[in-house]
Design a protein around this ligand. Structure first.
Ligand code: TYM
Length: 339
């Protein structure tokens, strides 16, 4: 069992990142350790340069994100925690895989379409080839399990396509160079939506801070954001069917279910018939109970620059080691003389 996943150190990590991905990093880290496998969690700083960025902010948010992940339960004594830029094999393998990835495959990536918007010609080349780097990230380590939110599913399918084509072109079925990775997506939190618009996902890049719960928000801010979250005037139904065409209501109930580690049906069985005047405070209390301790740990850890640097240095050394055989196998399979 080899768990691999990444998160970009841009903007503020939020509830969508936590419920969609980070919480699964922690669960799978423990499963991997129990199974004698490894868990590698990295900060995708090389991905972050695909959009305009401020170098000073990138450096600061990379370190803050280490503190956030540790505060959430990623344990550097169990998981290998590092940043991409300290492991050059990611960028190296991406170049090799650029020979395998097809323009047509990348043209279909919805994230590129969303992020480039109407300004396709002005988008960076890195934004276009971003999914190939993501494929390199997981294939380098022979990942079996990749915990992600639903928005990354298409990128993972591309990673599988690249692995399969590479294996077909340069290796054999009995002796493949790359393992095909499986995405692990949590059913109740696959796609946490914005608190202001039930049709947009909760995102670090949303201009409105009221659209998301940041993991660094204090209790009052969290409660205020839930209170102001967009809803409708109807009370909650007692069955899922009653949430059809009510995206904002469905989102809040899904967040509750994910935080309580139960199903949407179970939440509706308990809260059906309640108006938002009663449900929102219950949700805010649950949120603060779950995220409050994480925030407190984060505030403490982020001041300890020395420990954060040490975690990254140690993680990078371990990751470099694990990546060596696969990178070598890829060079060899392609007929490149590397010495
Ligand atoms: P990023 O940094 O945008 O998000 C990190 C993780 O959080 C998940 N996520 C969500 N899940 C549910 N609801 C949401 N609203 C929500 N928003 C974000 C994302 O799905 C992701 O799992 N390209 C990736 C980083 C990456 C990566 C990788 C991931 C680079 N290489 C290799 C896995 C494997 C990204 O930008 O995630």
């Amino acid at each position: 069992m080899r768990v691999v996943s990444g998160i970009q150190p841009t903007g503020q990590p939020h509830l969508g990142n936590y419920l969609g991905a980070i919480r699964n990093y922690v669960k799978l880290q423990d499963e991997a350790v129990a199974a004698g496998g490894e868990c590698l969690i990295f900060l995708a700083d090389l991905h972050a340069i695909s959009m305009p960025h401020d170098p000073k902010e990138l450096r600061a948010s990379t370190l803050e994100l280490v503190a956030t992940l540790v505060a959430c339960g990623v344990d550097p004594s169990k998981a290998i925690l590092f940043n991409q830029a300290q492991v050059p094999a990611h960028a190296e393998l991406q170049w090799l895989l650029n020979g395998t990835a097809r323009m047509g495959w990348l043209n279909r990536m919805t994230q590129f379409k969303d992020k480039s918007g109407k300004n396709r010609e002005g988008a960076s080349v890195a934004l276009f080839t971003y999914p190939v780097l993501q494929a390199a990230d997981v294939l380098l380590y022979q990942a079996t399990h990749v915990p992600v939110g639903e928005d990354q599913k298409q990128h993972l399918e591309l990673a599988r396509d690249i692995a399969q084509k590479f294996n077909n072109d340069f290796a054999s079925e009995d002796n493949p160079v790359f393992t095909l990775p499986d995405p692990i997506i949590p059913p109740e939190a696959a796609r946490i939506m914005s608190l202001r618009d039930g049709s947009a996902k909760m995102s670090k890049s949303d201009a409105s801070d009221m659209s998301r719960i940041n993991l660094a928000d204090d209790a009052d801010t969290m409660a205020k954001k839930i209170k102001k979250a967009k809803t409708d005037p109807e009370p909650l139904p007692s069955e899922l069917k009653g949430l059809e065409d009510r995206p904002e209501a469905l989102n809040l109930v899904s967040i509750y279910a994910a935080l309580a580690e139960t199903s949407v049906d179970a939440v509706l069985a308990d809260h059906g018939g309640q108006g938002f005047g009663a449900f929102k405070p219950a949700l805010a209390d649950l949120l603060v109970a779950r995220l409050g301790p994480i925030r407190n740990r984060f505030v403490e850890l982020k001041e300890d620059r020395e420990s954060l640097d040490a975690i990254l240095a140690r993680g990078a050394a371990q990751a470099r080691e694990i990546g060596i055989p696969t990178l070598k196998a890829a060079y060899d399979a392609m007929g490149l003389i590397r010495g």
